[in-house]
Design a binder for this molecule. Structure first.
Ligand SMILES: [Zn+2]
Length: 94
């Protein structure tokens, strides 16, 4: 993506799995990779921060730990849009 640093884990993979990460649904190896990536990649960390806020908001509104499935899917789609946009930006900047 846009931070210019090479990463072991692809940004798209990380963003796609941020939900699992937040929900403690992925295994320890995966979590470690994502955590590491978030440490060194600020665009992804920013997205992660947004996800966390959304999660907190959802918990507050719905009184649930987790977003309803429909909402999760919609947010996930939004996240993928963000990745595509970021890539388009990079492409146009070159
Ligand atoms: Zn990244």
């Amino acid at each position: 993506m846009s931070c210019g640093e090479p990463h072991k884990t692809d940004c798209r993979d990380v963003l796609a799995e941020v939900y699992l990460y937040l929900d403690l649904e992925c295994d320890d190896d995966r979590r470690e990779l994502i955590r590491e990536h978030l440490d060194e990649c600020s665009p992804c960390l920013r997205e992660y921060g947004i996800e966390q806020e959304v999660k907190i908001l959802v918990a507050r509104c719905c009184g649930a730990e987790r977003a309803p499935d429909g909402l999760r899917e919609r947010l996930r789609a939004k996240l993928m849009e963000f990745v595509v946009e970021a890539e388009a930006h990079e492409y146009l900047a070159e």
